[in-house]
Design a protein around this ligand. Structure first.
Ligand code: NAI
Length: 332
């Protein structure tokens, strides 16, 4: 039976992947720790590794995997910024991912974060549980008539834009590859990035992390935002320069910030550190602002998305194990 070594797994991964293994003729070995050069040797005997967003597949790690006989890296996520693709190619390792498991899951969480932050639902929930029914400090704003700037109008960004159009908000967008037919159909106006930042009440990031988009929001671009603007990031942490974001928050110019991703997630997000001292000073500082809301990379986390991730990843693994081409559009 073909063995696959899974890294950085949680109960919900096992729950959705386990039923798919036997029918596909695969044996799944689940590890809770992350994959890195230090743990790669534990994949010995496996033909593929299945990894997630915070496993670090740099050149040394990929070389160690090739050394123990692994032939395929199956990402169970869409983003692939954590894999050195050039090194994988040189080492003859196939790399596949799940390009679109549920763009709706991510889009809906994005809007949920903005609504929670704006209407202070998280704070109201805690107050009411303590029988504090006062409303001071809970004032939000209507989305209707506000301008939402969507950076990246791919699968997720387009759904977010359409949901905000449902709130009767104005939507502006920026993308180096504009989808003009879609924009026309949904009343969305494309702008240059700086113009979008200067015009939006809410800026939501839906673009991949690449060397070009690293720190897209930095001291310069954050200074272009309107006073009171809200920023939402459910894409990748490194799209925002955290030090610059903290500096902007300290001036009081920003209305609010909602993050599902963070620059230094590794070793923090997906873990229960409630009994420990948080060592990351920037994350600790972010969590002190009353107008910052952080979730730990959970935008994808719906049963629908997990089931689709398990289905596509298992099919990719099974096809590569039979030395067939992976599913169309999933190979990198
Ligand atoms: P997609 O590939 O469908 O769309 C990305 C869009 O960004 C494309 O239209 C592309 O042209 C555009 N883009 C590229 N460079 C840009 C730039 N410099 N400025 C503006 N736009 C630019 O990707 P999809 O599925 O919409 O996902 C977006 C991001 O969401 C992913 O890259 C991933 O990092 C993140 N994501 C986060 C999840 C979470 O759980 N928080 C789950 C899934 C994805």
């Amino acid at each position: 039976m073909t063995t696959i070594a899974f890294f950085d797994t949680k109960s919900y991964d096992r729950e959705h992947f386990e039923p798919a293994a036997a029918p596909a003729g695969l044996s799944y070995q689940f590890h809770e720790f992350r994959l890195s050069v230090q743990t790669a040797a534990l994949a010995r005997g496996a033909t593929a590794v299945c990894v997630f967003v915070n496993d670090r597949l740099d050149r040394p790690c990929l070389a160690a995997l090739a050394e123990v006989g692994v032939r395929h890296v199956a990402l169970r996520c869409a983003g692939f910024n954590n894999v050195d693709l050039a090194a994988a190619r040189e080492l003859g390792l196939a790399v596949t991912r799940v390009p679109a498991y549920s763009p709706h899951a991510v889009a809906e969480h994005t809007v949920g974060l903005l609504l929670t932050l704006n209407r202070r639902i998280h704070r109201a929930y805690n107050r009411v549980r303590e029988h504090n029914f006062s409303l001071g400090g809970l004032v939000g704003f209507d989305l209707c008539g506000r301008t939402v700037g969507i950076v990246g109008t791919g699968k997720i960004g387009r759904i977010v834009a359409q949901i905000f159009r449902g709130f009767e908000a104005q939507v502006v967008a920026h993308d180096p590859y504009p989808n003009t037919a879609w924009a026309q159909a949904h009343g969305v106006e494309y702008l240059a990035l700086d113009a979008l930042l200067a015009r939006s009440d809410i800026v939501s990031l839906h673009l991949p992390l690449t060397p070009e988009t690293h720190h897209l929001l930095n001291a310069r671009s954050l200074a272009l935002l309107k006073p009171g603007a809200h920023v939402v990031n459910t894409s990748r942490g490194k799209l925002i320069d955290t030090a610059a974001l903290i500096a902007a928050l300290k001036t009081g110019r920003l209305g609010g910030v909602a993050l599902d991703v963070y620059e230094e997630e590794e070793g923090v997000f997906f873990e229960d550190l409630s009994g420990e001292v948080l060592q990351d000073d920037e994350l600790s500082r972010l969590l002190t602002f009353p107008n910052v809301l952080v979730t730990a990379h959970q935008a994808f986390l719906t049963h629908d998305a997990l089931a689709e991730i398990a289905r596509v990843t298992t099919e990719n693994i099974a096809r590569c194990a039979r030395t067939e081409a992976p599913l169309a559009g999933t190979a990198l």
